[in-house]
Design a protein around this ligand. Structure first.
Ligand code: EPZ
Length: 442
């Protein structure tokens, strides 16, 4: 069952003609990284959840399909709203073809343990930034009383005695995923759990708010200590997800690159503070109006330095986009990737367009200004793909971007939203020709 996933029998690419400024308004969609945690969390709810502001992207569509294969009744209500009834869900071996393609599938381990006292899923997929261990997820589950096995490409777990038991956990690393997964597992555990050294991202707070609105007892999300009093069950209800901090930041970076003036609707300015501050350093003007933000850039771009850190620091998921803008700035900029081992694959694609970037380990030295030139490039991962779009918007001539399936994992209607802001960008669908059948040779 497809909820809102596009046809997958075409290999789309984006074609952009650069040189236009952006003007107008853009509506920011719900937060992807909140949705991919809240949908698995709904598995623990014995009742009906109505979720509003769900982004219509392939990652959320896949998770909704996974829950459907586990017996959930999934109804797409239109306008970014879905209804999930997980009253009669069950374990299923029919989900692995999808769980291995997305990172957030490992959240099913925490929610399955909470709901069933056992769990089985594949090792997660997701963007390739080098090694992406899950040792902190395992540490938390084991501390809660789960027997874990990660052999053969699968993660299996079983709660000793049939139900997890609360405890105190100190995470060795600030990890969004481990924080979320352990929070999920502890929600229905017996007794109290205290998790220290947790991540503080907005989507962690959103998940805690969703769970509490369904009857959980979670305190401290958004600080570095989360305290959970386990409950016996969760009831249904309605919840509206927060807007996407990174989608908003991407459009802010785009207009800073092209010049012009745009208004972003449906944002939480507090979540954008670090991005707004950095873009202002570079010559943009950012004005906040309640749940809207105006971004204007009329001055020449200035170089700056940036280092990615856990929230509320500068988000790693904005690093490729900002590095692209820095190619256009006057002077030398230093970018340090503080979270991932190898998040510079997109640099090779930018170099095809004339970028002057040297990468040494986790540091990129960017020399500007350069006039980027359109070229055929590929999206190496989700945010790298967004960076290619920004590059294409400012490049001379035509840029084509392949492997846009990565972009469509995390951005709802990216091309349509850019077109409405005045960009010359279009989708070209190339039929995904099936390999000709090899004739039998008898
Ligand atoms: C989440 O990934 C996001 N994905 C990523 O966004 C984001 O880049 C990342 O958080 C950091 O903000 C989702 O939310 C689905 P981590 P996650 O666990 O949870 C190390 C996007 O573009 N670590 O916070 O996988 C890890 O190697 C995506 O939307 C361990 O060592 O990230 C990394 O160095 C890309 N052991 C650091 O912690 C563990 O058990 C932070 O990783 C877990 C993580």
């Amino acid at each position: 069952m497809v909820i809102f996933l596009k046809r997958t029998d075409t290999l789309d690419k984006y074609v952009i003609r650069g040189g236009r400024q952006l003007h107008g308004e853009v509506d920011i969609s719900g937060a992807k990284n909140a949705a991919v945690a809240i949908i698995p969390a709904a598995l623990m709810v014995k009742g009906v959840c109505r979720l509003e502001n769900i982004p219509e992207i392939s990652d959320t569509d896949k998770l909704l399909q996974i829950l459907s294969r586990m017996g959930a009744r999934v109804s797409y209500l239109g306008k970014n709203a879905v209804e999930l009834d997980c009253t009669s869900v069950h374990m299923s071996d029919d989900i692995y073809d999808m769980t291995r393609t997305i990172r957030a599938s490992y959240y099913l381990i925490g929610s399955m343990l909470g709901r069933f006292g056992e769990a089985k899923s594949t090792m997660p997929g997701g963007c390739n930034f080098g090694v992406r261990p899950i040792d902190q997820h395992i540490k938390g589950m084991v501390a809660l009383g789960a027997e874990m096995d990660t052999g053969g490409g699968f993660i299996t777990a079983k709660a000793k005695g049939g139900r997890l038991r609360g405890c105190k956990i100190f995470l060795d690393k600030v990890s969004v995923g481990a924080t979320i997964n352990v929070m999920l597992a502890a929600t229905l555990a017996e007794g109290r759990t205290v998790i220290e050294n947790v991540a503080r991202e907005p989507h962690i707070v959103d998940l805690a708010n969703f769970l509490n609105s369904m009857g959980a007892d979670i305190r401290g999300a958004g600080t570095d200590v989360i305290k959970i009093r386990g409950v016996d069950s969760l009831h249904g209800g309605a919840y509206t997800l927060i807007p996407d901090q990174i989608e908003a930041g991407t459009y802010m970076a785009a207009v800073t690159a092209t010049g012009g003036e745009i208004i972003l609707n449906n944002v939480i300015p507090k979540h954008l503070e670090c991005i707004s501050a950095k873009l202002t350093e570079m010559g943009a003007e950012v004005e906040e109006y309640g749940d809207r933000v105006l971004v204007r850039r009329t001055q020449p771009l200035r170089h700056t330095n940036l280092k990615t850190r856990p929230y509320p620091g500068f988000p790693t998921d904005m690093q490729p986009q900002l590095s692209t803008v820095l190619c256009l700035a006057d002077g030398v900029s230093v970018v340090t990737e503080g979270i991932w081992d190898n998040r510079y694959k997109y640099v090779n694609e930018l170099r095809k367009m004339g970028a002057e970037i040297q990468v040494d380990g986790k540091t990129a030295i960017i020399e500007g200004p350069v006039q980027l030139r359109g070229a055929p490039v590929a999206a190496c991962d989700l945010r790298a793909g967004a960076a290619m779009l920004i590059a294409g918007l400012v490049a001379e001539g035509e840029t084509t971007i392949e492997d846009v399936i990565y972009i469509e994992r995390g951005y709802q209607d990216f091309v349509g939203k850019l077109q409405r802001l005045g960009a010359d960008v279009r989708v070209v669908s190339v039929p995904d020709e099936p390999c000709p059948a090899v004739p039998d040779v008898g």
